[in-house]
Design a protein around this ligand. Structure first.
Ligand SMILES: [Zn+2]
Length: 119
């Protein structure tokens, strides 16, 4: 089967394991991979994954209460979440992927796991 250059999608001739038609295409592709926007997205993805890991680690049973202080100590970043779920009674759950939380008061949160609140 003919290989296509990962950058410009033209057919590559020569070795079967070649991924680029030219050094120029290889450089262009690698530069884009390491561009600032890619790094920015990677950093945010890492923060979200870390948030999820913290929530999951503190919530092995699927539902528990935890203090804000504890979350901050673990390095949890409250400004980063993947989605919100607002109940009919206007309670706001915030999720990092499947792991979520809701504030009970200024310093206490209930941690939940997503499937309980999927519509
Ligand atoms: Zn190419």
């Amino acid at each position: 089967m003919d290989q296509l250059c990962k950058e410009c999608k033209i057919k590559i001739f020569g070795r079967v394991d070649k991924k680029f038609c030219s050094d120029q295409c290889r450089t262009t592709w690698n530069n884009r991979l390491n561009s600032d926007s890619t790094k920015f997205m990677r950093n945010i993805n890492n923060i979200l994954r870390k948030n999820r890991r913290i929530l999951a680690g503190l919530n092995p049973s699927g539902k528990t209460k935890v203090t804000k202080t504890k979350l901050l100590d673990e390095g949890f970043k409250f400004s980063y979440f993947t989605n919100e779920y607002i109940t009919k009674s206007k309670n706001v759950y915030r999720f990092c992927y499947d792991q979520g939380y809701i504030a009970l008061d200024k310093n206490l949160y209930t941690l939940v796991v997503r499937q309980e609140y999927v519509e």
